[in-house]
Ligand binder design. Structure first.
Ligand code: ADP
Ligand code: MG
Length: 261
């Protein structure tokens, strides 16, 4: 379980980018974070996984203060896909995925076991990256690169998986494929999944609960169906949507509306 209490964050020490946010994420659930650009979604995710230190408040991960945990201790629990993935070197695809296993290496000179090899191969199968293992990550497409970084997260084999806009650059087939993999991991291995989504239909299909941020504060929170209401979404995005029920899936369908058509 992750529990954060009264966390605030400011990038410049003057403006408040996250404002006294308290929230809990339960084991085995899939939380979707939604909200307009600049509302604090990425900042919140980075604080939850200890990448950013809050200026106020604290985060507890399975009963321990995240600020008291080493990077390696956190990496054994949480795999994170950031919104902007940096790659300084032109690693090969498989070498990049292998970096996900660093969290599990015990010595300064890491050994490579069959467990590591299996985890990497499985992660590459899950993301459809196995055929490009020898390609260089700076010589593949944006969507392919996104799948390589997703594979790195899966190879880490952590109980918590945090993905900031996982479907960025992905075509529709790969989007569904990756989100289905995550759903299976949630159902079969009780993984806790947190994803930032812009596509509300994907949020509707996959998430158990939604957290809507606006101006660095919690604007709405609740189970997915209750959050996906026309009034609440209009307030969150200052844009109108039409919401229908899909009787086949029992999920809400969000229809986008144009202001000019
Ligand atoms: P979101 O992910 O919801 O689009 P962010 O968490 O990235 O939003 O940003 C929240 C707020 O913090 C925004 O107002 C943004 O301008 C500000 N911010 C984000 N990153 C930086 C940064 N590196 N330096 C200064 N301000 C930043
Ligand atoms: Mg963001």
């Amino acid at each position: 379980m992750i529990k954060c209490q009264d966390i605030s964050y400011s990038y410049d020490g003057i403006h408040t980018d996250l404002d006294e946010l308290s929230y809990s994420i339960n084991q085995g659930e899939w939380l979707g974070i939604i909200g307009p650009n600049g509302s604090g979604k990425s900042t919140f995710l980075n604080i939850l996984c200890g990448l950013f230190k809050p200026s106020k408040g604290n985060v507890m991960l399975d009963g321990e203060f995240v600020t008291n945990m080493s990077n390696k201790q956190i990496a054994k629990k949480i795999a994170v896909l950031s919104q902007q993935n940096s790659y300084t070197y032109s690693y090969e695809v498989k070498e990049t995925v292998k970096l996900g296993r660093l969290a599990h290496s015990n010595s300064f000179f890491p050994s490579w076991s069959t467990i590591d090899e299996t985890a990497v191969n499985n992660a590459m199968m899950m993301t459809g990256t196995e055929k490009m293992e020898k390609s260089f990550i700076n010589e593949i497409s944006g969507g392919e690169r996104q799948r390589v970084f997703l594979a790195q997260c899966f190879a880490q084999e952590t109980p918590y998986i945090f993905l900031d806009e996982p479907s960025n650059h992905l075509d529709l087939m790969h989007t569904i494929k990756i989100l289905d993999v995550l759903k299976e991991l949630q159902k079969q291995e009780n993984k806790t999944i947190v994803t930032v989504f812009h596509d509300l239909n994907l949020a509707s299909l996959y998430c158990d609960r939604l957290l809507g941020l606006k101006d660095g504060k919690i604007y709405i929170e609740g189970n997915t169906d209750s959050v996906l209401s026309e009034d609440l979404l209009k307030g969150l995005y200052d844009t109108s949507f039409q919401i229908l029920d899909n009787p086949e899936t029992n999920k809400k369908v969000i229809i986008y509306k144009s202001n000019v058509l």
